[in-house]
Design a protein around this ligand. Structure first.
Ligand code: MN
Length: 219
């Protein structure tokens, strides 16, 4: 489910929210008003299937605490990450060099399901594990040099439902999605040039969320 609001128009009428919700479930519709494209499928798996993927991913992925260099300081996050791809690509973000692990059969299965939905092809996947609502992600764009510019990024969620906000860099127009168990969302075209996104922290969530972002890297 998602709601759309401008900072000046914080609360929408219930009726309007319903219309937006129905529109959002139509994956052919662009959820962004301008400067990019976001498509939202809602749940693409039953609860049972999602639960199986969640458990398998939790147990089989090589989760590691994320690292960053911020203001010259080496930071280790509570949030865990893993990076898988077609080849052992070298990749740099937050000033840390990383090497991709090779796809597992489970990830290849999810990749092909997502590719069938989005009609895109991905060669890598960044996974994030948020243990609870205290762990989030600050505002950023996925505009690293290693990513195909104006490419597609597909986000698949298992576990706890968390807010995912997208904000225009200039107009500050904001759209907030709630991404839950089995939900798929795609960002593409100029989205990363004009919009930033985040996962806000919250005291209301006490269980983990696993998020997979399938990406197109420059080979
Ligand atoms: Mn991102």
């Amino acid at each position: 489910m998602w709601t759309l609001y401008e900072d000046s128009l914080f609360k929408l009428e219930k009726q309007q929210q319903m219309i937006l919700f129905e529109e959002a479930m139509d994956s052919t519709k662009n959820c962004l008003p301008y400067d990019g494209a976001v498509h939202y499928w809602g749940k693409i798996f039953s609860g049972d299937i999602s639960q199986q993927y969640y458990s398998k991913l939790m147990d089989s992925i090589a989760w590691k605490n994320d690292e960053a260099i911020i203001f010259g300081k080496h930071i280790i996050t509570k949030r865990k990450v893993a990076w898988y791809a077609d080849k052992p690509y070298e990749y740099t973000y937050s000033k840390i060099n990383r090497t991709a692990l090779l796809w597992t059969p489970l990830l290849l299965e999810l990749k092909s399901i997502v590719e069938e939905k989005t009609q895109q092809v991905y060669n890598s996947c960044l996974l994030n594990l948020y243990h609870n609502g205290q762990e989030g992600m600050a505002w950023h764009s996925d505009d690293e040099r290693d990513l195909v510019s104006n490419g597609s990024i597909a986000s698949l969620t298992f576990g706890a439902k968390r807010k995912f906000a997208i904000k225009h860099k200039k107009t500050k127009h904001r759209i907030v999605f709630e991404l839950g168990h089995g939900d798929l969302l795609e960002m593409k075209n100029e989205t990363q040039s004009h919009w930033v996104h985040n996962i806000p922290t919250t005291k209301k969530v006490h269980t983990p969320r696993i998020n997979l972002t399938f990406r197109q890297m420059i080979k």
